[in-house]
Ligand binder design. Structure first.
Ligand SMILES: C[S@@+](CC[C@H](N)C(=O)[O-])C[C@H]1O[C@@H](n2cnc3c(N)ncnc32)[C@H](O)[C@@H]1O
Length: 261
């Protein structure tokens, strides 16, 4: 299955909320985040450089499978908003390529699992070929911030936020699945891949990446790096998914469901 390149009409450019707008201001990220946190933009700018270290400092140390969910749902508070904002603003070219990739494949009902500050969910919701965006994230601040951002852009009718995939209001199958920089945060990424495969429509595309590494300086203590878990992850990936080529020079991969043996 080959996806056609997004035509201008089917890209976010037509809505004014495409990749170029993201590169200009992260979809109005600084202003919106300062407003959400009730601080000035100057204070926000001052807090961004230390946000990765601040998030790492909240972490108890070794990756603890039994407490991974609690860390994202309770411990990090608004800290992840700052860390993700610093990353999306500071590595905007990289994020922009993931948005271009999303634009190429997004259609129908799109799940953004672990959607963070919502850059991908907002960009997807602005695409005419996307009927609805289903944003799932454990962190209540991330959900509230993304809901506010969607409302500010008049996209609330196309983007809804949920805590987890067990919510009965979610569709049983998705046409596009986006899960970027999340799998290494989960207690069992192989199990999550199997759940994704079960929730994909037959022609669906999943956009996935992962970084099972705690960093050369230990800056990501919250990343899973257990070799056995990683092996199970790749076995599940090979069992259930087939990679679909895309031309973007990024670590994010596109997959469809594997059919037959
Ligand atoms: C590194 S961020 C990535 C955010 C976004 N996908 C991006 O590319 O910027 C990881 C996100 O996964 C969320 N998360 C972690 N564990 C989760 C879980 N079990 N279910 C749903 N979301 C989870 C966190 O709250 C956080 O927003």
């Amino acid at each position: 299955m080959a996806a056609a390149a997004a035509s201008p009409a089917a890209s976010g450019a037509a809505s004014g909320w495409g990749v170029e707008r993201f590169l200009a201001d992260g979809f109005d990220l600084r202003r919106q985040l300062a407003a959400y946190l009730q601080i000035s933009e100057a204070e926000l700018t001052g807090r961004l450089p230390s946000s990765t270290a601040d998030l790492a400092a909240l972490h108890p140390g070794a990756f603890d499978l039994s407490r991974a969910d609690q860390f994202y749902e309770e411990t990090v508070g608004t800290g992840h908003l700052l860390e993700l904002a610093a990353w999306h603003l500071g590595s905007a070219d990289y994020i922009a390529d993931t948005l271009r990739l999303q634009e190429r494949f997004a259609c129908g009902h799109l799940l953004d699992f672990g959607g963070g500050i919502g850059s991908h969910a907002l960009a997807a919701a602005a695409l005419p070929q996307v009927d609805a965006v289903w944003f799932v994230d454990l962190n209540p601040h991330n959900r509230a911030f993304v809901e506010a951002r969607a409302a500010a852009r008049g996209l609330a009718h196309k983007l809804r936020c949920f805590r987890d995939l067990g919510d009965p209001a979610l569709p049983s199958r998705f046409d596009t699945l986006v899960c970027l920089d999340v799998l290494e945060h989960l207690p069992d990424p192989a199990e999550r891949l199997a759940v994704f495969a079960d929730r994909m429509a037959p022609e669906a595309i999943a956009l996935l990446n992962w970084y099972f590494f705690q960093g050369f300086k230990g800056e990501y203590p919250f990343h899973l790096d257990d070799p056995l878990q990683i092996e199970r992850f790749f076995l599940t990936l090979q069992e259930r998914f087939l990679e679909v080529f895309h031309p973007f020079l990024i670590t994010t991969r596109a997959y469809r469901l594997k059919v037959g043996p």
